[in-house]
Design a protein around this ligand. Structure first.
Ligand code: DOR
Length: 447
């Protein structure tokens, strides 16, 4: 048994009250409100730290099987734990793609060995080629929680229509990457000021909104659930808002990089800021925050997209799209969203826990008696800095290196096991020691 005393609890519904939490057999057994005296050997005093539910990322690129130079399931799980995440959802655009029940099963067998929860999203079309649907029913039976061709838009409207019809029958959800390739030209940045200055063609916003409009029409026709990945434009936010008002079963996510950066980050042909959809204008960024605040945008998803340093060094035009995000999402959003007053902490927590699970139709037990002890500890007193050399991800492609953050994840527990421990932090070490003594494996063994 373990009792975490004097923690500031940040679980949905209760944000900021001091509590003591008893953990036994991997579960939260009891929550007691108020200060406690450190009286028994099973107590660890968390005074000064926040205790949050483990975060849920609904959009992670793992790269196993054939791109393990970028990331593996194991390194992604380590990165997740380091970022406070205890659940991640694997996107199927791997090499080879997760487009058969056998591959999905293989992925989940590997994932089961990791100490955090890893869910699998199945590819929507065979080979992600956008033509023939995968065996969605069989993949769902093997554990696919949703279907997506993320990384590419589904160009053929009939294919998307049939996918939505099928998903509706299965009671599943489709995650849409809204990009009309003809309009986007896969340009490395957004159409606009910066592209003009750099002398480059950019992706117009209609590359996103044209396909989004089509998919909303298909949802209205089929009644199927659609989750829209990585919104990037103010117009998309307005379209989702209107769709929700009209009662369509649509949800949406935004990434930390679209919330925190604009096209200006691409000035100087910065390949680390090359993401898809591209970073856009300050007005778009403001609309994304507003959408997140008012719930139009349900969730924050990392779109953790690891690439090697060599690939990103190929230059702005040839580098692949993407940025890693699992290890920086929470500290950045806590600092530049909550501490600046842009977003209440309760809404941020909801957008990183309950809401993403709900978008995929999954329960999120949170912190309550009987729930698994999936938690992380955050020390808001530490002045930290995004330092890619500390990442547990195999990749370091972040546009946020050097950004100063208020606070740091110091420990993560999943099912009561310590899956990340910040070395040299007295409270994290005390917790590790306690769990070690109780015969529970700690992060230092896992990573
Ligand atoms: O920036 C991105 N990278 N956007 C995507 O849609 C795909 C992802 C990747 O897989 O690298």
């Amino acid at each position: 048994m373990l009792r975490l005393i004097n923690a500031r609890l940040g679980a949905s519904g209760e944000v900021g009250r001091i509590a003591s939490i008893t953990i036994e057999d991997g579960l939260v057994r009891e929550i007691r409100w108020g200060e406690s005296a450190d009286t028994t050997p099973s107590d660890v005093d968390l005074r000064g730290c926040w205790l949050f539910p483990g975060l849920f990322d609904l959009h992670t690129h793992l790269r196993d099987f054939e791109e393990s130079a970028k990331e593996t399931i194991h390194t992604a799980a380590g990165a997740a734990a380091h970022g406070g995440y205890t659940s991640i959802c694997a996107m199927p655009n791997t090499q080879p793609p997760i487009d058969t029940p056998e591959r999905l099963e293989h992925l989940l067998l590997k994932a089961e060995k990791e100490p955090i929860h890893i869910y699998a999203i199945g590819a929507l079309t065979q080979g992600r080629a956008g033509r023939r649907l995968t065996e969605m029913g069989l993949m769902q039976a093997k554990g696919a929680i949703a279907f997506s061709d993320d990384g590419d838009g589904v160009a053929d409207a009939a294919c998307m229509y049939h996918a939505l019809q099928y998903a509706r029958q299965l009671g599943s959800v489709i995650i849409a990457h809204e990009e009309d390739r003809g309009l986007s030209g896969q340009a490395p940045l957004a159409e606009g000021e910066v592209a003009y200055r750099l002398g480059m063609l950019g992706q117009p916003e209609v590359a996103e909104t044209a396909m989004l409009a089509r998919d909303l029409a298909l949802v209205a026709q089929t009644g199927a659930r659609l989750h829209v990945a990585h919104l990037s434009t103010a117009t998309s936010v307005a379209m989702i808002r209107a769709a929700k008002r009209a009662g369509l079963p649509v949800t949406a996510e935004v990434t930390p990089h679209h919330l925190l950066l604009t096209e200006d980050a691409c000035a100087g042909y910065a390949a680390l800021a090359k993401v898809n959809p591209p970073l856009r204008t300050e007005a778009d960024r403001a609309a994304l925050w507003e959408g997140l605040r008012d719930g139009t945008i349900d969730a924050v998803a990392t779109d953790h997209a690891p690439h090697t340093a060599a690939e990103k060094a190929r230059g702005f035009i040839d580098a692949p799209f993407g940025a890693v995000g699992l290890e920086t999402a929470f500290p950045l959003l806590f600092t530049y969203g909550v501490a600046t007053g842009l977003l209440p902490l309760a809404r941020l927590l909801d957008a990183l826990t309950v809401a993403p699970a709900r978008c995929l139709g999954l329960p999120f037990p949170g912190v309550q008696p009987g729930a698994p002890a999936d938690l992380f500890l955050y020390d808001p007193k530490i002045e930290s800095e995004v330092d890619p050399s500390t990442f547990l991800s195999r990749a370091t492609n972040t546009p946020f290196a050097g950004w100063r953050c208020q606070g740091q994840v110091i420990a993560t527990l999943c099912g009561g096991r310590m899956v990340y421990c910040q070395k040299d932090h007295a409270i994290a070490e005390a917790l590790a020691q306690h769990l070690g003594e109780a015969g529970v494996s700690t992060a230092r063994k896992a990573w």
